[in-house]
Design a protein around this ligand. Structure first.
Ligand SMILES: [Zn+2]
Length: 649
């Protein structure tokens, strides 16, 4: 890894410095590049992304689609037209960002060479004034910046994110300089010129914050804030809820419109609020978050009920079969909740992050790493199959960049505290107070709830370790009343320091242990891995009289591949007992759930329904649709009336 210091920055700006704690934040997440993941669940997925997923992204970018070709056409200046869709540049940038994260923790000369090659082509396509967008450069530069919907800011945002990521991974500055020139171009065209403008697809806001953090030039933070301030103020663009423009951001309380746009906007809002100290941003975010999580979120942590706007419809409208739940929206929900967690120190945000990460987001990536879901429904009659690529291909590189940077979500640090948010086998080293600390986490989570933390400060020192206690481990299926566990029997979680039980209480989703820690200290605990039954609020009419299953962070489903016949005539009664079994979906080791249930069948004469016994198997939701097209459902009827009516999944 080349980490030579660039000459045009005043301070050391290497991997790990981007997430510096602001005065508003309770802790800062520790950058993934400092976390060595050795986990049995996540490490194989990171390796898969580094190989199969990125190979698919590169093949599609270079060979199967005209994405790179558009940059080459700009450079050739032969009057050739743009091919593809006007936001295709963003897929190149997002793949570059995923490559950057991957090579940060898993060196790969060939990937870096591919990235350098792309960067040369991108840089060559930038116009002298800093503008960079192959669609308008090839199809009519005079029309640039005339249509807010045409994703110029969105493309720019992804370029900036890629540039920051690649700089942090390699120390190379070429793409960062391209990003700076483009950001300067946008800033002088709009904010400095006081010209009204607006991001029709939000994304640039959070990207500019990253650029600000890496350059320390507050011009980019001001531009990010300026972008936020444009919303809800310019009726010439329709003040549409589709792109969260009905009200100024600081006055927003309700989630509307396109889910990915919303997630990127609110991630950027939390970032700007935290850096500017403007609490009104955070207050708005808290209200919108409640609206999402308490009225508009699927059990899997997916969001977006309808494909008609790729987003939200109305409160409690959460159909299962037609659920949109775009992979990108779940990735965005992870980003947003990460920001909310560090601003608030509230574990509920990590609960939502974890729910989305292990279910709706991870479902977007096949077990083979080279097939993808764009939408992630909670029921299927067998019409859903994973694709090698999409015409609009935002999702593949998005799940790739999330998995490749998983280490971003595990630990946090504050002035005198160390925060454990996710449970993943890994080790890290971090400065706390005046000293440094090595921590290793040993666990077989998410299949097993036991976790051992080895704490090795360089010298004996007093600080506080905060451990997130997942809501699901203490009886909360989801923040708010949308979902609840039934027949729930609480199991206490004990925290042991060097084998001795320590008295703690949960506050804001964390337990805190303050002591003088010394080399060799061990902190251990075990979350109960019971099989949990979930019922939805009555307002979710598609889930009435139905039950869903959870174990650890995983939501389960029943799929035709394991349950020949039908998954649509199965009943789970209150008395049905489920048992965990070690199993495999293809080569993926999982804990499956087995039970003997009632199955409704028609009598031979066709006028009566009766039930018969059937052995079924439920599997973690993220593993479905890897064995061909199959029917699947997450919410399973409890009563025969639901089966008979085949009621509205
Ligand atoms: Zn997408």
């Amino acid at each position: 890894m080349n980490i030579c210091k660039p000459v045009f920055f005043a301070t050391g700006l290497f991997a790990g410095t981007v997430f510096a704690q602001t005065p508003m934040e309770k802790f800062e997440f520790i950058n993934f590049s400092r976390v060595n993941i050795t986990d049995r669940f996540w490490k194989p997925k990171m390796d898969l992304v580094a190989t199969a997923t990125l190979r698919a992204c590169i093949y599609q970018t270079e060979t199967a689609t005209p994405r790179i070709r558009n940059f080459e056409k700009v450079t050739r200046k032969k009057g050739e037209k743009h091919e593809g869709i006007y936001y295709d540049d963003s897929d190149v940038y997002k793949a570059l960002e995923a490559i950057s994260y991957s090579i940060s923790t898993r060196h790969d000369t060939a990937l870096e060479k591919t990235a350098d090659n792309w960067i040369d082509k991108i840089a060559a396509a930038q116009l002298p004034d800093g503008y960079l967008d192959t669609y308008f450069t090839l199809n009519g530069i005079d029309k640039r910046w005339t249509d807010v919907e045409k994703h110029e800011d969105y493309n720019a945002g992804h370029l900036i994110e890629a540039a920051v990521a690649y700089y942090e991974a390699t120390g190379k500055t070429k793409l960062l300089q391209v990003a700076i020139r483009l950001a300067n171009h946008i800033d002088s065209t709009f904010r400095m010129a006081n010209k009204p403008w607006f991001s029709g697809h939000e994304e640039i806001e959070l990207a500019l914050v990253k650029l600000y953090k890496v350059t320390k030039d507050d011009r980019y933070l001001k531009l990010a804030d300026w972008y936020l301030q444009q919303r809800g103020r310019h009726s010439q663009w329709g003040n549409s809820g589709y792109w969260q423009d009905v009200l100024p951001v600081k006055e927003q309380k309700n989630i509307t419109g396109h889910a990915v746009r919303a997630m990127y906007l609110y991630t950027g809002t939390a970032d700007v609020g935290s850096l500017t100290g403007d609490a009104s941003y955070m207050n708005a975010m808290k209200a919108v978050w409640k609206d999402v999580v308490e009225r508009n979120m699927y059990l899997t942590g997916g969001i977006g009920s309808t494909g008609s706007n790729e987003g939200f419809s109305h409160d409690y409208d959460l159909p299962n079969q037609s659920a949109y739940c775009e992979t990108c929206a779940s990735v965005g929900l992870v980003f947003w909740n990460q920001r909310m967690a560090q601003l608030s120190g509230d574990g509920r945000y990590v609960d939502v992050l974890e729910k989305s990460l292990y279910n709706a987001a991870l479902d977007g990536l096949s077990l083979s790493g080279d097939r993808f879901f764009y939408d992630n429904p909670l029921a299927s009659t067998g019409q859903n199959t994973r694709s090698a690529w999409f015409g609009t291909a935002c999702c593949p590189a998005n799940i790739a960049r999330l998995v490749a940077s998983l280490g971003n979500y595990i630990y946090g640090k504050s002035e005198n505290g160390f925060w454990v948010n996710l449970f993943v086998n890994n080790n890290t080293r971090v400065a706390i107070g005046k000293d440094s600390l090595s921590v290793s986490q040993e666990t077989n989570y998410p299949w097993d709830g036991r976790v051992v933390l080895k704490i090795d400060p360089d010298t004996r020192q007093k600080f506080t370790i905060h451990i997130r206690v997942p809501g699901w481990a203490t009886g909360e299926a989801s923040p708010g009343a949308l979902y609840r566990f039934i027949q729930y029997k609480p199991t206490p979680v004990f925290f042991m320091v060097n084998g001795k039980k320590t008295e703690t209480k949960i506050e804001n989703g964390y337990i805190s242990i303050e002591r003088e820690w010394e080399r060799g200290d061990k902190l251990s605990f075990s979350f109960p891995m019971e099989i949990l039954r979930i019922r939805a609020m009555d307002s979710l009419r598609n889930d009435v009289d139905k039950i869903a299953l959870q174990r650890g962070p995983f939501i389960y489903c029943i799929e035709g591949a394991d349950n020949p016949g039908s998954v649509w005539n199965i009943l789970i009664k209150p008395t049905t007992a489920f048992h965990p079994i070690a199993d495999h979906i293809l080569s993926e080791p999982v804990i499956a759930l087995q039970a003997t249930v009632d199955q409704s069948v028609a009598e031979a004469e066709g006028y009566q329904i009766r039930t018969q016994k059937k052995n079924i198997k439920a599997i973690p939701y993220y593993t479905w649709a890897n064995r061909g097209a199959n029917p699947m459902r997450v919410w399973i009827p409890e009563k025969i009336v639901s089966v008979a009516l085949n009621a509205g999944d």
